[in-house]
Design a protein around this ligand. Structure first.
Ligand code: HEC
Ligand SMILES: [Cu+2]
Length: 319
């Protein structure tokens, strides 16, 4: 059914769907009884030739019933919700793994635990944008924070939503029953790019998770090679990362195409080939002169020649 809360693929979503269906069923029953009684009385007691509509006031039994029954219903809903909230909010109970999700306009960055599995040769730990990879069947605590404005983390098939607030840490937990890809969305309007602030959770078979982590760490290490560090940093901290995605880094924006494997492409933006140092330099210096009307601005005069060269050297490693 897609990214829909009533198609639960994990325990938190399942509990929420359970409460939803109970409330929904009760609401339908109440609606049927109330409208049924209304229509029945309207027809049965209406004024018509040979029948005068009778007026009467007060009926203790009826009034007692329609006070007590809704009160009991509301109390049971409250008790039920409290119970489920206790389960949903128990982020630290039997947690298998903790990841940090940092929201910024307009993407999420995920920081994996400081464990050997996620350790890069330079001593840092795996961080990546766009995709959160977890083992299936494991309770994963997600610690939320935000860099600029309030965002909200929501992957409907896996769990409830929670705000990510600047200067504050909040947390929720998710768990996927089976391996698969689950889509989510920032759920707090956070500016122009809000609709593109997507979340993808990929759940791997527990036996294959270590293999995924190894590949991700190797890729990240290649991206963080000290020889191309200057270019990588210029790319990630500058304007480029505001428009482009490079998997395995914090660049996860969607305005321009993904550049994860740009060095293996046959051409640049369909107009310049091959993809080599000379053409990439031309492109980054002044893309609009090569492809008029595109959103990507020229960087000639904005970045120094050295910075452009560094960035191009790094792009050339994105095979
Ligand atoms: C305002 C958004 C924006 C910014 C900032 C931006 N780009 Fe782009 N970039 C684009 C768009 C849009 C395209 C696609 C153009 C097309 O194909 O028509 C593109 C295309 C590219 C391509 C070709 C991709 C391909 O698949 O062929 C490269 C390489 C590239 N950009 C590198 C950079 C670098 C390096 C920077 C930073 C110095 C940067 N971009 C900054 C929007 C942007
Ligand atoms: Cu957001």
């Amino acid at each position: 059914m897609g990214a829909w809360p009533l198609d639960p693929r994990g325990p938190v979503a399942a509990q929420i769907a359970f409460v939803y269906w109970i409330l929904f069923a009760c609401a339908v029953v109440v609606l049927a009884i109330v409208t049924g009684a209304l229509v029945y009385s309207g027809v049965k007691f209406r004024e018509r030739p040979g029948h005068v509509a009778k007026q009467f006031h007060g009926h203790n039994m009826l009034e007692f019933t329609w006070t007590i029954v809704p009160t009991l219903m509301v109390i049971s809903f409250t008790v039920l919700s409290w119970q489920k909230l206790d389960y949903i909010n128990a982020v630290d109970r039997d947690t298998g793994m903790t990841v940090k999700a940092i929201g910024q306009q307009w993407s999420w960055t995920f920081a994996y635990p400081q464990q050997d599995t996620f350790r890069l040769p330079d001593g840092s730990y795996l961080m990546a944008g766009e995709e959160l990879n977890i083992p299936a069947g494991m309770k994963v605590k997600v610690e939320l924070s935000a860099k600029d404005v309030i965002h909200s983390f929501w992957v409907p098939n896996l769990g409830g939503k929670k705000d990510a607030v600047p200067g504050h840490t909040t947390a929720l937990w998710i768990q996927a029953d089976r391996p698969g890809t689950y889509r989510g969305q920032c759920f707090e309007f956070c500016g122009d790019g809000h609709a593109d602030m997507l979340i993808t959770v990929v759940a791997h078979d527990q036996n294959e998770y270590a293999t995924w982590a190894k590949t991700a760490v190797d890729d990240a290490a290649r991206l963080r090679d000290p020889k191309t560090q200057a270019g990588r940093e210029a790319f990630l901290t500058g304007a480029c990362a505001g428009c482009h995605t490079v998997k395995g880094t914090t660049a996860a924006a969607k305005v321009g195409p993904e550049l994860t494997h740009v060095a293996s492409k046959r051409d640049i933006a369909g107009v310049l080939s091959p993809v080599n140092q000379e053409n990439l330099t031309k492109w980054v210096r002044n893309a609009p002169s090569i492809k008029p009307g595109i959103v990507m601005p020229k960087f000639e005069g904005v970045l120094t020649d050295q910075q452009i060269n560094d960035i191009v050297q790094w792009l050339l490693t994105l095979k």
